[in-house]
Design a protein around this ligand. Sequence first.
Ligand SMILES: [Zn+2]
Length: 265
Amino acid sequence: MGSFLNVVIFRLPRRESLISPPSRCLSCGQRLGVVDLVPVLSYIALLGRCRHCGRRYSPRYMFVELATGLCALGAWHVFGPNLRAVLGFVAVSCLIVIFFIDLDHFIIPDEAVAIIAGVGVVLDVMRMLERGGQAMVVFDERLSAAVHYTVLLPRSLVGAAVGAGLFVAIAFVAERLFRRPAMGWGDVKLAGAMGAILGPGFQFLTFFLLAVVTGAVVGVVCMLVGSCGRRDYLPFGPMLAASGVAMIYFGDVLTPAVMSRFLVM
Ligand SMILES: [Zn+2]
């Protein structure tokens, strides 16, 4: 899966097929054999070089494979051997892809966002089948003694709407404050997809705050190190993706911990 994600990260923004042709060396075009394609190990064994022409490859390929493997292990550990673990891992894999593609190309691919939203809806349907109305968002409004509205709505759809809506509002305000685009449509769509997974409550708020804090820390560190200036553009997608992975695995622990810093809970 990690090897495949590397292929997706490289080929998806270039609109190339993810299946064919098989992986080749980017320098000499030599087709990679079974020996070259063993995740992590072949990178270490060949010291990150092509076996045929000696071109050096970024350790990032190995890092993605390692991180993907650890995330699969994490899904097993957190959710147990069940469908939830598989779905969680699929969403996390999409977030890994988004992390690197946005870093490289300033794009958040719609395909990955759509899969995350789909995972959110499927998880929601599973919850509704298990717990019925308890798993839904309840709007309870008493207008008068005689008129009493109760509306049950799917948590994933309300979460997607609230998540995307919040980001549109922030983008609108930030653009007027800083007089330049602060967030892209890709960020808005990703926020909607994560809203489908996390729901419209404190989990989503925690996801957003973690991404903002991470972004601020990374931005300040980048400026101190001198790798970017005050007016450089730092993509928000990687922060959202990192925060999303953290929330999928540790949402239950992170939400009260983060919220208690901002609200009294
Ligand atoms: Zn080569």
